[in-house]
Structure formats: structure tokens, C-alpha cells
Design a protein around this ligand. Structure first.
Ligand code: NAD
Length: 502
């Protein structure tokens, strides 16, 4: 019986209640171990409400066991030639490709997103593994001969040591794979702490890795839990670097705590992404781009466009809005496992209630509903349909803050300068999107907009593993982005050697 089967009810079995759900285990030093903490949290299917498993809330001692295992494995892993580490990643890639379907189904079950979306998520994780296999080439240093008579200088890259990776609920496979492949490729060892809300895909991934015997014991470890586990990593003397993705508030906390502990840290945070619509936007690209960005994964993406900035005269703005509203009305809300579903449930009932509260607040702040997605919540109680708000006050939460649900707020401006002013006044700068038919307008937007990921006629400027991925401003704490060349920078330290030989 596999770890995930051990912990979850068989398909068709009576739904487990909290007490009956099996406890998941940590993966430490190459073995599955019970957390010593007795505290647990249930993870439920967002579509049905069924309890899937009990997630241990690991404590400091549980984290210490994992970091000790990672530290012990580090010298031998660091000494493993980069080509061999790359070959381990080729094996990991083959494994994830072979199980892409299964992992995607588990993402749908535990997180809720549609199967197609989940399949694409795992696909992006595969691309990160592929990018990391270039490690022998990208670890090469540089040298300068003869900086003085008979003196040469060379720079070599060495791994940091032990990396703590802390990840959010909304991409339970892709985001762990933004970190694990590159960190391991560079010769580090890793402790992953996935989101407590949907850890099953990570557990399955580790189980597959264990079965395939890809990495030596202790090189890759898994600790389940929430805040205590995160704090355990942040304060551990064994941890040298922290890679984090989550909300802006947690990112700031993680970055400041890790930095105060002398650790290298990259903390990718939340977002409020604007989609600017010029009057010359292609209606088909506009309709598909905006609805998939705002309402795909029920708005639970860091790249979700949640602000629609309509440019032009009142008539032009109204025409653009009508195109978007008509497309949004046609979306089907339902279970992510149903191929007919466009808008999946939110990750939990609590999340749906929170987003509904934000809609109420927006209405109280003077916004008007153009499309009301509130409903009974469906079987699992977590469904919320596409919601569009117009006439929101420029300083209201619906305009300024990330609501992380299928809610799109409309703002209206006269021209591109006005749009850039609105977009750049945000404290966030994760992503920004432009819909236009003009190359000149697109260039001006690209030049002036303050965000890390820009889309032109593309609703979601999704990560492409060979490029760095992150936002600007409050959407990141730290300097180096995830993926691409930045990942090799983050996971290595530079050493400069000056030599003279008699
Ligand atoms: P979150 O901040 O609640 O949790 C992220 C991780 O931090 C989890 O592992 C959680 O256990 C831990 N955590 C949460 N609160 C903590 C605390 N007070 N102390 C210590 N640890 C804590 O985020 P989430 O709800 O899981 O994910 C959604 C958020 O992540 C959104 O804001 C979204 O924009 C953001 N996100 C950003 C990116 C990006 O690339 N910038 C990508 C995906 C998601």
C-alpha cells in the first residue's frame, strides 16, 4: 500500500470523518516517519467536502530531524559530480512525466482546480526539472588569467548547504518543483514544507521518488505542517537558505525572520494584477484572456488578473466590459474533476466565506455588481461563480488588495498614461497584462509598467522555466527570482580564488 493510499479513503469508500482519516507522515532521511506532534489538520476535497487525510502539524523537533538528515546528506551530495546530479533529475523528470496524469488528478482532488489546469501545472513543474538539468553548464565559473604577473583569478560556484522550501496551496506540484530541482542540481539538500491545505500531491511525489530510489537518503525531505514547521525552518541553525512562496504578509515575515537569522532568502508574495484593455483590443483575445485570468482556478493564482482597467471613451469602455461580461456569464462553475467545469471551487469553505465577505465589503464601499457569482456553494460548499464589480472606489480593498477568488474589479481611465498611473500606484507588482492591437502601445506599456511578469494579449503571463519568475515591489522580498538563471544564482555561493605559483 502506498503512503497516499494508506492515508486516504479508497475511492467509493464511505467518507472518513476527521478521527478516521489516516495521518500522513513526514519523509525524513529516506524513510516515512510519524511526526511527534499530536496536532493534526484535516485536508478536505473542495468539491465534495470529504475528509481526505489528517495532516500532522509538525513541531520544531520534527523539523530538526529533517534538517539534521539534510545536513548529514549534504557532503556526499555536494561531492556527487554535477553530471550525476543532472542524471538524477533526468530520472525525476521521467517519473513525473509517467505520473503526470495521476499527480494532476490528485491536485484536482486536494486543491480543487480543473484537471486540465492541474495537468498544465504538473507540466510546468516538468519544465523546471528540465531547466535544472543544464546544471553542469550553468555551474561553470569564470577566470581571468594574469591579473598581475603570474597571478590568476578564478570564480567557482559552491552550494549553500541545506535549503528550506516553503510553498503555498495554489500550485501544490509546480511550486515545490520551482525549488527542488535547482537546489538539488546545485548540490544542496532540501527540506520541503508544503501547504497544510493540500499536501497530498507532494506526499505522492515523494512516494514516487522513494520508490524509484532517485536520491540518496536525506537529500530530499518532507515535513508536513503549518506555522510551527515554518518557524522551525526559519530558526534552524542547519538551514542556509529559504525559498518561499505565499501571501505578501507571510512573505514579509519569512523574509525578515530568515534574514535576521543570517539566511539567504527569496520570498515571493501576493499580487493585485491589472489587465489594461485598449479600445483596439481584439475581442476574442480579450474575452478568453480576461476570463481565464480572472476566473481560472477560481481566481486563486498569483497571476490572476483581478483588476480590469478599461481605457477609452465611455462607449469604448462599455463595449470592452460587455465583451468580458458576456464571456464570464458563459463559464460553468463546478467540480474540477468534471470536464465541463471552467471555474472550480475555492480551496475551502472558509475561503469561499472570506471572499464573499470581501464582496460585501466592496458593495459597502460603493461598488456595484455587474455579475453576481454568489450561490449556495455546491456539494462541498466552496463554489463561487465569476463576480464582476464596477464603480469601486479607487482606494477600496477591491481595487488595492488581493481577494484571491473569482472577483474582477473594473476601473476606467481615459488613456494609456492614466492606466499606467493606476497600475503603478499598486503596492504589488507581480504581473500586468495589456490587450491591444498596437505594437507601439505594447512597447510603451512594457517600458513603463512596474511588474515582473508582463503579458501582451495573454491573460496569464505564466512561468517559463528557462526565465526567472517573480514580481516586483511587495510581490517579492529578496532579490533573486525563482527558475531560470536566478535559481542557479540563489542556490550557489561564489568563491574567488587568486593564485600565484612559483
Ligand atoms: P500563505 O501565505 O497563507 O501560506 C504559504 C505558506 O506559508 C504555507 O506553507 C503556510 O503553511 C505558511 N504560512 C502561512 N502563514 C504563516 C505564518 N503566519 N507563519 C509561518 N508560516 C505561515 O499563502 P497561501 O494562501 O497558501 O497561498 C496563496 C498566496 O500565495 C497568494 O497571496 C498568492 O498570490 C501567493 N502566491 C504567490 C506566488 C508568486 O509567485 N508570487 C505564486 C503562488 C502563490
Amino acid at each position: 500500500m502506498t503512503e497516499t493510499e494508506r492515508a486516504t479513503p479508497a475511492p467509493g469508500a464511505a467518507p472518513a470523518d476527521g478521527a478516521a482519516a489516516r495521518r500522513l507522515r513526514n519523509f525524513v532521511g529516506g524513510a516515512w516517519v510519524e511526526a511527534t506532534s499530536t496536532e493534526v489538520l484535516e485536508t478536505r476535497s473542495p468539491a465534495s467536502g470529504e475528509v481526505l487525510a489528517a495532516v500532522p502539524l509538525s513541531n520544531e523537533a520534527d523539523v530538526a530531524a529533517a534538517t539534521a538528515a539534510a545536513r548529514a546528506a549534504f557532503p556526499a551530495w555536494r561531492a556527487t559530480p554535477p553530471q550525476q546530479r543532472a542524471r538524477a533529475l533526468f530520472a525525476l523528470r521521467a517519473l513525473v512525466v509517467e505520473h503526470q496524469d495521476e499527480l494532476a488528478r490528485l491536485v484536482t482532488t486536494d486543491m480543487g482546480k480543473t484537471f486540465d489546469d492541474a495537468f498544465a501545472e504538473v507540466g510546468r513543474g516538468i519544465e523546471s526539472i528540465e531547466a535544472a538539468t543544464a546544471v553542469p553548464h550553468l555551474l561553470k565559473g569564470e577566470n581571468l588569467e594574469g591579473v598581475a604577473r603570474g597571478v590568476d583569478v578564478e570564480m567557482v560556484r559552491q552550494p549553500l548547504g541545506v535549503i528550506g522550501a516553503i510553498t503555498p496551496f495554489n500550485f501544490p506540484v509546480m511550486i515545490p518543483l520551482w525549488f527542488i530541482p535547482y537546489a538539488l542540481a546545485c548540490g544542496n539538500t532540501v527540506v520541503l514544507k508544503p501547504s497544510e491545505q493540500d499536501p497530498l500531491p507532494s506526499v505522492r511525489l515523494f512516494e514516487l521518488i522513494e520508490e524509484a530510489d532517485i536520491f540518496p537518503a536525506g537529500v530530499l525531505n518532507l515535513v508536513l505542517g503549518a506555522h510551527d514547521a515554518v518557524n522551525g525552518l526559519l530558526h534552524s541553525p542547519e538551514v542556509d537558505g529559504i525559498s518561499f512562496v505565499g501571501s505578501a504578509k507571510t512573505a514579509r515575515y519569512v523574509a525578515s525572520t530568515a534574514a535576521a537569522e543570517g539566511k539567504r532568502v527569496q520570498a515571493l508574495g501576493g499580487a493585485k494584477n491589472a489587465m489594461v484593455v485598449m479600445p483596439d483590443a481584439d475581442p476574442k483575445l480579450l474575452a478568453g484572456g480576461v476570463t481565464s485570468s480572472a476566473f481560472g482556478a477560481a481566481g486563486q493564482r498569483c497571476l490572476a488578473g483581478s483588476l480590469l482597467v478599461l481605457v477609452g471613451s465611455k462607449e469604448e469602455q462599455d463595449a470592452s466590459l460587455a465583451t468580458v461580461v458576456e464571456a464570464a456569464r458563459g463559464l460553468t462553475v463546478g467540480d474540477g474533476a468534471d470536464p465541463a467545469t471552467d471555474v472550480c471551487p475555492l480551496v475551502s469553505v472558509a475561503s469561499r466565506e472570506r471572499v464573499e465577505g470581501e464582496i460585501e465589503t466592496a458593495l459597502g464601499d460603493g461598488a456595484e455588481l455587474v455579475l453576481d457569482g454568489r450561490r449556495d456553494g455546491g456539494e462541498g460548499g466552496a463554489q463561487l461563480g465569476p463576480t464582476i464589480l464596477d464603480k469601486a472606489a479607487p482606494d477600496s480593498r477591491a481595487v488595492r488588495e488581493e481577494l484571491f477568488g473569482p472577483v474582477l474589479t473594473v476601473l476606467r481611465v481615459e488613456d494609456l498614461d492614466g492606466a499606467l498611473e493606476v497600475v503603478n500606484s499598486s503596492r504589488y507588482g507581480n504581473s500586468s497584462i495589456l490587450f491591444t492591437s498596437s505594437g507601439g502601445t505594447a512597447r510603451e506599456f512594457r517600458y513603463g509598467v512596474q511588474a515582473g511578469m508582463i503579458g501582451v494579449n495573454v491573460g496569464v503571463a505564466a512561468p517559463v522555466a528557462w526565465f526567472p519568475f517573480a514580481g516586483w515591489k511587495d510581490s517579492i522580498d529578496g532579490d533573486l527570482h525563482a527558475n531560470g538563471g536566478d535559481a542557479f544564482e540563489f542556490y550557489t555561493r561564489k568563491k574567488v580564488v587568486t593564485s600565484r605559483w612559483a
